[in-house]
Design a protein around this ligand. Structure first.
Ligand SMILES: Cc1ncc(COP(=O)(O)O)c(C=O)c1O
Length: 574
């Protein structure tokens, strides 16, 4: 299929790091060097499109002239090329570290993939075990079904699907149908179409800092299939148990438990507790470093380093679920952990939050050692993901329409998040809201169970809202001036802090139980999830009642009504 003619659409994101500000002139050089590094490391592969100078200048807080001069310099040096309609791109033939370092592994894997694509016999390498594991974990049935008849849907984990870019998708699909070569309609490479893998490698490098060559990307049916393939491969390569954050998606627990033992690792205000992980026998860990699901904390730099050290020591795998990494509101995005160790971190994501879950497209950036068994597992699972959708997504990425859609959605979700924070402060001053810096959902914690927490009127307004779960097991996302934009919420309206009972004289105020909350929401025809539904073990029983509110889920026009229904129902509980 010919490469789609790119349309210059403003609004491409690019994740690059600049050093601290210096004397005049060094900003331009810093941009140049950051781009050279990104190209050298393979995060910006040949052909990858760069943002318009105006957009990058805005993202970096620099003048447009500075960025233009940096681009011009790199064009002059042969790193970039400028084409009138195609914008500025990384020049072909630029040597990248990723490409060089993985060339041999790629050749082997490509041969395996090609063989698998054309040969229905099983690959020579032992296949992942499909036998049930010896796990003792018995998660509750994960599938909660489609939204019930509730009038107001604030279920977490979903984007506003009414905003699906139908017109752009229809155009891209039509182009794919008309322009795809005949071979595209047959069995193909189990890794997916090269057009999509090339576009994605550029996009993930540019926006999330992921270091992956197109040959090491595997296209699959969302993160759900990615996790199924990975756990099958782990089981087949001697990994006995996988550690999973607590709390987490019950579905993920169930998928993992079908093939591996599952170990719980709790989460605090710095993210996954690596010391707890190290005390288990797990050979792999599933985590959400950019935005813990559902608590919303991001893995601190110290924990990131500790987690990578754990993987080295254990010779273990880190599965990075980057489910909503593009949605960060108050600070620059946190780059992917994978960028630090592409050989140890298996990066996986999907378009379920950016476009919509129904398309069922996701990806795995495969470390070289896992590529071959993952390709084999994908081949056995369903041979390949649907081709026309892959070509349509490649078209959206290449044309810039994907970035454009993301920017529009990010602005809208941020406004919704701000309204949620303001409304809770006004209407439920004893509640607190956390996990708000990123993503499509927030945690709304209601006045807590009497034995574990107190509401303090003695703590100064500047106090950081902090962990209140018994034993400090979970929940420490903070609301600080840096996580709420100053315009969002006047300081005087920030609710009094809820702090651990050990630090403040006790003055217990009973709050509603999760059952009462669930009943109140049912009566108000509001759908949201109780945090307890994501927790495992005794923690669940002791935690204060909290809701996971998916503020992205309703359509834009239905959001205010849904929020009103939710807060009115909770207010009525006292
Ligand atoms: C934590 C987390 N990871 C991943 C996903 C995406 O899953 P999929 O790509 O299979 O739709 C979701 C969707 O709800 C999620 O909440």
């Amino acid at each position: 299929m010919p490469v789609p003619v790119p349309v210059l659409v403003p609004g491409l994101d690019l994740l690059i790091e600049l050093g601290p500000p210096g004397v005049r002139g060094t900003r331009r050089r810093a941009v140049e060097e950051a781009l050279r590094t990104a190209i050298r490391e393979g995060r910006l592969p040949p052909g990858a499109r760069l943002p318009a100078t105006r957009d990058l200048a805005e993202q970096l807080g620099l003048s447009r002239g500075t960025v233009s001069q940096a681009y011009e310099q790199l064009i002059a040096e042969g790193w970039l090329i400028a084409r009138t309609k195609a914008g500025t791109r990384v020049a072909d033939g630029v040597a990248t570290a990723t490409a060089n370092a993985t060339a041999n592994a790629t050749a082997t894997a490509t041969a395996a993939a090609n063989a698998a694509a054309t040969d229905p016999r099983l690959p020579a390498r032992p296949l992942p075990s499909l036998s049930p594991s010896q796990t003792s974990a018995s998660p509750t049935p994960p599938w909660s079904g489609p939204p019930s008849g509730a009038r107001h849907d604030l279920s977490p984990g979903r984007p506003d699907v009414s905003a699906f870019p139908r017109a752009a998708w229809a155009r891209a699909l039509r182009r794919a149908i008309h322009e795809a070569p005949a071979e595209a309609f047959g069995y193909g490479d189990p890794r997916g179409r090269i057009e999509l893998r090339t576009a994605l490698a550029g996009y993930l490098g540019r926006v999330r800092g992921v270091r992956v060559a197109p040959d090491h990307l595997l296209i699959c049916a969302g993160f759900t299939q990615a996790l199924g393939l990975l756990t099958a491969v782990f089981a087949g390569t001697g990994v006995g148990a996988i550690a999973i954050e607590n709390p987490a998606m019950p579905e993920h627990l169930a998928i993992a438990a079908a093939r591996l033992g599952v170990r719980d690792v709790t989460v605090d205000d710095q993210g996954l507790r690596v010391a707890e992980l190290a005390a288990t026998d797990a050979g792999a860990v599933l985590c959400t470093p950019a935005h813990q699901f559902p608590l919303g904390v991001s893995l601190s730099p110290a924990r990131r380093a500790a987690l990578l050290a754990w993987a080295d020591e254990r010779d273990g795998w880190i599965v990075e679920d980057d489910y909503d990494g593009e949605f960060r509101y108050d600070r620059r995005p946190v780059g992917a952990l994978q960028a630090r160790r592409p050989d140890r971190v298996v990066y996986a994501g999907s378009i379920s939050k950016s476009l919509g879950p129904a398309v069922r497209l996701g990806w795995i950036a495969c470390p070289p050692r896992l590529l071959e068994p993952l390709v084999a597992a994908k081949h056995l699972a369903d041979r390949q993901s649907p081709v026309l959708e892959q070509l349509a997504l490649a078209d959206l990425l290449d044309s810039g329409a994907y970035d454009h859609h993301l920017r529009t959605m990010r602005r809208g979700y941020r406004r919704r998040r701000d309204l949620l924070v303001r409304s809770v402060a006004e209407l439920l001053p004893r509640a607190r809201i956390t996990g708000i810096a990123a993503g499509l959902h927030a945690i709304l914690e209601l006045p807590s169970a009497p034995s574990s927490t107190v509401l303090s009127s003695t703590v100064p307004d500047s106090t950081v809202l902090c962990s209140i779960v018994p034993n400090s097991t979970i929940l420490s996302s903070t609301i600080t001036d840096s996580t709420i934009p100053k315009s969002t919420i006047p300081k005087s309206t920030i609710p009094k802090s809820i702090v651990p009972s050990s630090t403040v004289p006790s003055q217990a105020i009973p709050g509603p139980t999760e059952q009462r909350i669930a009943e109140a929401l049912r009566q108000a025809s509001v759908r949201a999830r109780l945090l307890g539904g994501y927790l495992r073990g005794p923690v669940a029983a002791e935690a204060p009642p909290a809701l996971v509110v998916g503020y992205a889920t309703p359509s834009a026009h239905a959001y205010a009504g849904a929020l009103d229904a939710l807060l009115s129902a909770l207010r009525a509980l006292g």
